[in-house]
Design a protein around this ligand. Structure first.
Ligand code: BEZ
Length: 167
């Protein structure tokens, strides 16, 4: 059950990012991404997807944030981040393949520990995926949740256009 709400300070955690060498086929150089250290004092839009390259995430969710990147940044947002419980190598390749490099930080919550600490996970074992993140989006100002949209189905409350309208 979702336990985080608007007005809460997000919990700390360590995700895995990558240094994003430009070449699509190059393996990521994986780095730790300490959330509070990276996002303190910043305006951050973060969205989470159940799986890199899955149709809803690949065709609808991520592309919306690439399309609306300039408009979101123009609202004063410092960082746009995409999280999934895939490993950092997959997320790096997905970001490069999709044209997100340099715009969206592709971050791995591999064991879904950070998202789980907010009740934002779901068990997709029935389809062979294991524990994954809910599909959600948040707008954070200095680590405090200003907007939270969770989608049980489809891409609506967590879409780039909905997040943009909330800024
Ligand atoms: C999707 O298309 O977004 C999706 C497919 C399978 C599992 C989770 C998400």
């Amino acid at each position: 059950m979702v336990s985080v709400k608007v007005g809460d300070k997000i919990p700390d955690g360590v995700l895995k990012g990558s240094s994003n060498p430009e070449e699509v086929s190059a393996c990521a150089v994986v780095v730790n991404y300490p959330i509070h250290e990276k996002w303190a004092g910043k305006k951050v839009v973060v969205f989470a997807v159940p799986g890199a390259f899955t149709p809803g995430c690949h065709i609808q969710h991520l592309p919306g944030f690439i399309e609306h990147y300039q408009e979101i940044k123009a609202k004063g947002v410092d960082i746009i981040a995409c999280i999934s419980a895939n490993d950092a190598y997959v997320l790096d390749a997905w970001g490069k393949h999709s044209g997100a490099s340099g715009k969206i930080e592709m971050l791995s919550d591999g064991l879904a520990a950070w998202t789980g600490s907010m009740g934002l996970t779901k068990d997709l074992s029935a389809i062979g995926f294991g524990l994954r993140t809910e599909r959600f989006a948040m707008y954070l100002d200095d680590l405090v949740v200003k907007y939270l949209g969770v989608d049980a189905k489809g891409v609506s409350l967590s879409s780039a256009s909905t997040v943009l309208a909330s800024l």
